[in-house]
Design a binder for this molecule. Sequence first.
Ligand code: 13P
Ligand code: SF4
Length: 304
Amino acid sequence: WAIHAPYVAAINQLKKERNAVILAHNYMTPQIYLGIADFVGDSLQLAVKATEVEADVIVQCGVHFMAETSKILNPAKTVLIPDMDAGCSLAESITPAGVAEMRRRYPGAPVVTYVNTSADVKAVSDICCTSSNAAQIVAALEADTVIMTPDQYLAQNVAKQVPHKRIVWWEGSCIVHEQYTAQDLREFREWNPGTRIIAHPECPPDVVAEADFSGSTKGIIDYVHAEKPEKAMLVTECSMASNIAGELPTVDFVGPCNMCPYMKKITLEKVLHSLHNMTGAVEVDPAIAADARVAVQRMIDMSR
Ligand code: 13P
Ligand code: SF4
């Protein structure tokens, strides 16, 4: 921490000068999560928070689609992302042409698009979802067939929760969560009996089936707080366990984790640079933003 202290102090001072707030995803490093964030959360919490920000500037410590979502929901604000290359394998897997192709294949079926997508994909979708509300949203739609884009595994996990619907999906995946296998989890459990295994729903369904609980990053944090297991394996991005270990001293976080190279592009140095120079402003074409806002706002309204 000592080497980070000057950055943390400088950023916290600059936040006041620029009238800025930092919205940080649960996958940020502890230096960001604990040192400079004004608000931390999962994708849904960050989107809702973006609608409430009154400060002039939002610094999005997360990936590009999260900054775009903040800009879509609160367009009068300056939204900065400290590294424009903080992408996402899911967001990169689909374009509006992909959505059009799915609509051609399944005429009349509504398109439920994961927030892990670019604004132009959201703009051609009927409604968005996150991992915390996907099943609830799909279940509430009237249609019997529902198109889910772009995460095939989230869609397959939702299909198990909403068995009375036919769910079809785009074949995107998260490079962090697709690496886990059910065999890994079984072997880990065998060698470490008593470990509570908690998986993110971007993992393949056989991995989720092997886990004791599955939920969004907020869902995972809430579960560990409520249950306080002696040993917990978080089948998700590495920073999650580091960020919450301090507030859960009786829980031993064990097992392997995977790093998201996109999330890890956001560093204290880049946050300082971006806030100091006011660089990395995210812009969304107003017509695209207007259409994307409808899909994101529908999701927020249905999640209340
Ligand atoms: P949530 O925080 O919404 O669970 O999403 C995880 C994720 O991978 C975001 O990129
Ligand atoms: Fe995208 Fe996966 Fe990284 Fe989340 S963890 S930003 S879904 S690549």
